[in-house]
Design a protein around this ligand. Structure first.
Ligand code: AHR
Length: 326
């Protein structure tokens, strides 16, 4: 009987130890991530960018991808340093949103030599070298410029305007959205004799710069301005109070056209102080994870992936626009 008790006691102790060891092993060793992805983000310059970061972080979690995230705070040299760190860390795939198009050949060659595939997210690079990047996942910025211009032509028709003086507040100089939105817009209005460009000014995609640019434009042209074409919501939201301070009613005295479609700009569109917002979706995370996983598996990927985008404007019932989520 005494021996029996001893055996039961030893067995229960053994089971307790096994269970404890088993439990702590499970807790300390989470499932192996499917992929290690290094991502260098441009910065946090706009609601769009913040929405894009959140979307990528969420998608990494959803797909079981381990994300090394680096914010470059608007500096190309920070992005180059981040990419070099990703190479040294031997990540499976590198992704980045290049702040400007030029100046990437050296670091991209280093990634190529290390055998790490690179995905461009949101923005493109300009290079003569072949095979430095595997694909681009991002908006068709040229088409966004075209859609903005097509809205303007329809608006000018509906108002019966015979002369349309335009000021353009552009995004970061030499960035893909700045170049492509501008090209799409001006290619589309160039055959329309009513359209006159008064000035293009660099607002760097920032709200504070949008305000400064608008002050300067109002100082030079005053009520000669018929249209403000702004390359993103942030700059538009900076420009509007300046227009109001100068005594004009945006959306009525001046046609306001913006790009992005963040919630704040859509709310202002609903108030009638913006006339048109062309959508640029920041929701690129799902495509990024799926593409990175394919690359790790050695599969072919599409060289160019554009999300579908739409136009929101005073031509529609704006109360029906669904919450934007960024
Ligand atoms: O590259 C996309 C652009 O960058 C967005 O339009 C802008 O808001 C962001 O900063």
């Amino acid at each position: 009987m005494k021996n029996m008790k001893k055996i039961v006691c030893i067995l229960s102790t053994l089971m307790l130890v096994l269970c404890t060891v088993g439990c702590s092993v499970n807790e300390e060793q989470p499932a192996e991530p499917r992929l290690l992805l290094g991502f260098s983000q441009v910065g946090s310059e706009s609601a769009w960018r913040i929405g894009n970061t959140k979307d990528i972080e969420q998608a990494a979690e959803d797909y079981g991808v381990s994300l090394m995230f680096e914010n470059a705070n608007q500096k190309q040299e920070n992005q180059i340093d981040a990419i070099r760190r990703f190479i040294a860390y031997k990540v499976d795939v590198i992704a980045f949103s290049p702040i400007v198009e030029e100046g990437w050949d050296n670091v991209l060659n280093e990634a190529k030599e290390a055998g790490i595939p690179v995905i461009l997210v949101d923005r493109d690079v300009s290079t003569d070298a072949e095979g430095l990047t595997r694909c681009l996942i991002g908006a068709d910025f040229y088409k966004e410029g075209v859609m903005a211009a097509e809205y303007l032509i329809r608006k000018a028709d509906s108002l019966g305007l015979d002369k349309v003086n335009i000021v353009e507040i552009t995004g970061t100089e030499n960035s893909t959205p700045m170049r492509q939105r501008q090209a799409g817009f001006f290619d589309t209005i160039k055959g329309d004799d009513r359209m006159v460009l008064l000035e293009s000014i660099d607002g760097d995609f920032l709200k504070s710069r949008g305000a400064e640019c608008m002050r300067s434009l109002l100082g030079k042209y005053g009520d000669g301005i018929d249209v403000v074409f702004s390359h993103n919501d942030e700059m538009t939201l900076g420009a509007l109070p300046e227009i109001e301070k100068a005594g004009y009613v945006p959306g009525t005295d001046m046609i306001i056209i913006s790009i992005d479609g963040g919630q704040e700009a859509i709310d202002v569109l609903k108030e009638g102080r913006i006339n048109c917002v062309v959508e640029c979706t920041p929701k690129l995370g799902k495509e990024l994870m799926e593409t990175a996983l394919k690359l790790k598996a050695g599969e072919e990927v599409e060289p160019l992936i554009h999300p579908v985008e739409e136009v929101f404007s005073d031509e529609q019932d704006t109360s029906l626009i669904a919450p934007r989520g960024y």
